[in-house]
Design a protein around this ligand. Structure first.
Ligand code: AMP
Ligand code: ZN
Length: 494
């Protein structure tokens, strides 16, 4: 097994090539995590599932894996996707929105959406990362990196912040093709900061003593830019030079391009040996957007009755390098397959009686073909088809399955689960974790309960009033009484 090659498309060299580890048999992998200003949507999870499959395949071929997936809880600006650091911090903006009214402050909002993200992660059966670092817990390292980049002549300070000078890194653009000659086009629409030397220069530090999340630095009060967080966290946990970096297709430029410039200027080493980008998820053939009404979070789908493993199945059903169209029919088909696996699992467990192993060699072969398909640039359609063929074969064997065949069936299903995560949850609390997270509770229901409680109090039915408070508390909702009425907030310990 150790000799198996794992081939993946590399955005940098634009070819499918063997994934290699600098340290023999130890993959060091960084996947850009979510910005926790809202619930992650299923498109975000499509990208995280690519990373999860890579981790699973790497482990299956015998590698040790150190997998880092961060939490972006400061500094991601609304206009960051345009190559510059302008606009408003996404978390600050979220706090001012209607949903934001339920939080006392921006820290609580970040904590709430971080917990929700981790619950969704578990519900979709992604393996836990080795480290899940937060940008806000690495501000010191980001300040030091900005200082070093200034010393090295790669960055400069202005009255508004510290900016990385794109001109100082001639290789800028090597990942995305947005080289300095082409950049004029890419940054055309960006709001200009007259203090910057060139329009494409991007912020390492923003000076802002009004920002809701601010730290003191040698440049005064402010907060770090989005790109520098991944540079310092990848370096802190994985070293100067990593084996693999991944994200969604929109991360390629400017985020990953900027990460490369910063990291390689700091260390003088190539930042990552391999780059993987997942193409966007579409819903019913259209771009997923709130205004189009086709915007789904994991919890939305579960609320509609979808099995989380079926959501996972639907999201990995297409090749990551091509856009995927997610449909209700796709989830229904996936649901039927998840049930086939459950049935096969039951049959394997209920085997009894002596007799020969009739399926062993065939199932071993199907497992190998499943792994082989995944090693071939994560060809999930083929992998899922091979795995399902095995499950169908076990179901056909039915109640007459011998103990020896049952053992082979169990080994096959465990193997398929370790590769694809679709047979059973890796977490005991896989499903309940998401139900326990109150945020999905309908606001109008809470308002109705508050009215009911006020009525109970007015008629001196204090036992009923207390019971309502308790009921909401169990849903993670805290009530706050004041002379002007009762307010509700989401408990930060969710
Ligand atoms: P964000 O929370 O915006 O920082 O995004 C988290 C991750 O999800 C990033 O790697 C994005 O590139 C990725 N992503 C965002 N939208 C989609 C989508 N529709 N399909 C696939 N990946 C996405
Ligand atoms: Zn990142």
């Amino acid at each position: 097994m150790g000799e198996k090659t794992f081939r993946l498309y590399d955005t940098m060299t634009k070819q499918v090539k063997e994934l290699q580890t600098k340290e023999p048999g130890h993959l060091k992998f960084y996947a850009c995590g979510p910005t926790v200003y809202s619930y992650a949507h299923i498109g975000n999870f499509r990208s995280f599932l690519t990373a999860d499959l890579i981790v699973r395949v790497a482990k299956a071929i015998g590698w040790k894996v150190t997998f880092v997936n961060n939490i972006t809880d400061v500094g991601h600006m609304t206009d960051d996707d345009l190559a510059d650091g302008q606009g408003e911090d996404k978390l600050e903006k979220a706090l001012k929105s209607k949903e934001g009214e339920h939080f006392h402050n921006v820290w609580e909002l970040a904590e709430h959406y971080t917990n929700a993200f981790e619950n969704d992660w578990r519900a979709l059966n992604l393996l836990p990362p080795d480290v899940r670092p937060k940008a806000t817990q690495h501000v010191r390292q980001q300040i030091l990196a900005a200082e070093t980049l200034i010393e090295k002549g790669n960055a400069y300070e202005t009255p508004t912040g510290v900016y990385y000078s794109v001109e100082s890194f001639p290789e800028y653009g090597k990942l995305s093709g947005n080289t300095q000659d082409n950049l004029r086009q890419a940054v055309r629409d960006v709001v200009q900061d007259d203090n910057k030397r060139a329009p494409a220069d991007f912020a390492l530090w923003k000076k802002d003593d009004k920002h809701l999340m601010q730290w003191y630095s040698p440049f005064g009060w402010g907060f770090p830019g989005w790109h520098i967080e991944c540079t310092v966290m990848a370096r802190e946990y994985l070293g100067d030079s990593i084996d693999l970096h991944s994200g969604g297709e929109d991360n390629m430029f400017p985020h990953h391009e900027c990460e490369i410039a910063q990291s390689e200027s700091l260390t003088g080493q190539p930042f990552s040996g391999h780059w993987v980008h997942t193409r966007f998820l579409q819903v019913n053939g259209e771009k997923m957007s709130k205004s189009a009404g086709n915007f789904y979070t994991v919890r939305d789908l579960i609320a509609k009755g979808a099995d989380p493993l079926a959501v996972r199945y639907g999201l990995i059903a297409g090749i990551y390098g091509k856009p995927l169209n997610f449909t209700d029919q796709g989830v229904r088909d996936a649901q039927a397959n998840i049930e086939r696996y459950r049935k096969a699992d039951q049959i394997a467990k209920s085997s009894s009686g002596d007799g020969p192993d009739t399926l062993g060699p065939m199932l071993d072969d199907l497992y190998n073909q499943t792994l082989e398909a995944l090693c071939n640039d994560l060809n999930t359609p083929v992998a899922l088809a091979k795995a399902l063929e095995g499950a169908r074969t076990i179901i056909k064997e039915g109640d007459s399955i011998t103990r020896a065949t049952g053992d082979s069936a169990k080994r096959f299903l465990d193997g398929v689960n370790s590769l694809l995560g679709i047979v059973y949850s890796e977490y005991d609390d896989g499903f309940t974790a998401i139900q326990a997270s109150a945020p999905n509770v309908d606001a109008s229901l809470i308002e109705a309960k508050i009215v009911e409680r006020a009525e109970a109090k007015a008629s001196k039915d204090f036992a009923r009033a207390d019971a309502i408070r308790k009921e909401l508390e169990e849903l993670g909702i805290e009530l706050r009484d004041s002379p002007t009425g009762t307010e509700w907030v989401v408990k930060s310990s969710l």
